[in-house]
Design a binder for this molecule. Sequence first.
Ligand SMILES: [Zn+2]
Ligand SMILES: [Zn+2]
Length: 519
Amino acid sequence: MHWADVVAKELLSKQEKNLISTGITPSGFIHVGSLREAITARAVYEAMLDLKADVGFIYLVDSFDPLRKRYPFLDESYEMQVNKPLSEIPCPCGRHKSYVHHFAEPFLEAIDRLGLHPKLHWTHELYDQGVMAEATDMVIRKRQLVAQILKEVTGRDVPADFFPYSPKCSSCGKYSTGKILGYEYPFVDYLCHCGHQGKADIRKADGKMPWRLEWAAKWKIFGVTAEPFGKDHAAAGGSYDTGVRFCKEVFICDPPYPIPYEFVQLKGHGQMHKSKGVSVTGLDALAITPPPVFNYSFLRYNPDRHIDYDSGLGVLDVVDEYDKVEGYFYKGGVEERDRDLLRAYELAQPSGVRDHMPLQIPYRHLVSVVQISDSFEGVLEILKRTEKVESIEGQDLERLRQRVECVRFWLDNWAPEEVKFKVLPILPTVEISAAEVTFLRAIHSALQSVEWSGDKIHDVVYETAKASGLGAKAGFQVLYLILVNRKQGPRLGYFLSTMDRKFVLGRVEEAYLAGQHRL
Ligand SMILES: [Zn+2]
Ligand SMILES: [Zn+2]
């Protein structure tokens, strides 16, 4: 059984009504691993819906967290924003409501494309609307117990004046690191490090709980029954462990079922952006890989399995695997041990599986075709010819458009040089030997009558090169040379078939005439 179904069944056996929660702290560029969290949560949610369970799905944006430091991508003016709430810091580009909106909005749009449509909550709004007030009051009143739990679970000392609430100074706008002078519901009296003395109202966005407590408070407030989180939180003495005790002893509720997941590491060629010199972000990863394929790439593994994300050639392998599993899904033939992959495929669809198998065009072909034609219409023309389809429409057309966009983005930013090429408009200056001239003459004649398809062209080039005495490898090389001025390129038969026969014949003729001339 697929792991998402296992978790779903487990949850249903515990309680009838469930709520899956996940979220993000969007303090800057978002790591690919954050997408794993989102995808994991959605999979469990979808698996529960398939069981007709009573289940909800929420997504919390930690918008009231402080900016912890000035990150390298922020200009110097952000130095003075450190330790202010993310929701109250100006956005770096000037087009968003705040700093947190700047980073969260594109991410939320991206997960929407993955099929996540949870109910969104912004932490700064929860505080502002008083939703956090009761929990805040509880932790302040039980602060001795809170301190004791923190000490026992983490093994770290807790200061004697520990107070589980940071007022936001009404003068300097930062979370105060000064003194707490007293508490009487709903006001926390404080003396800020800046010298300002003030009152914070816990029913408003005047301050916040430390994040370990805030996390558990959200479980209590919303009634969360399951939540995925990175394995660092799951470590002994980590935030899940403190959360469990806060739930049981402070908030008097049950902690959620934990779904710890392993990290995603960036691997392989192309993990650094060529021109920007930055590593791949969650948004890049989604622009590189079509959304259902991206979902699949995570869902095929158990959450406790480590994943290497490769933005180089690995992208092609994962799409190939996805397409293969898609074939099994619609046509059968999967081996018993791979049955869970079918479920991973099913769960990976942002809006459910289709009735019929989608039109499949090998992704590696697209990588070639996209480099031959600049426009989507041009790509379509070539594909209609090479794939022998009369028309591509509806969902197939949409899928193709999405894949072409991904291929272009990948080629422009992340693809290794070896897969890139450009068909030269004129014959490049290359040395052509007598043996090559003989082969080019022979292939010129053979290509005139061969059926213009990848396989047939491949065979005829192979046979002709061998028969001419040049040898297959050298034969392929000289054809690449006269077309793209390199010794290798995309799969030759298919590559030639994407071009007009007349164009190819013209180039071959030009090449052997030029070679003859020089000999
Ligand atoms: Zn912005
Ligand atoms: Zn202050």
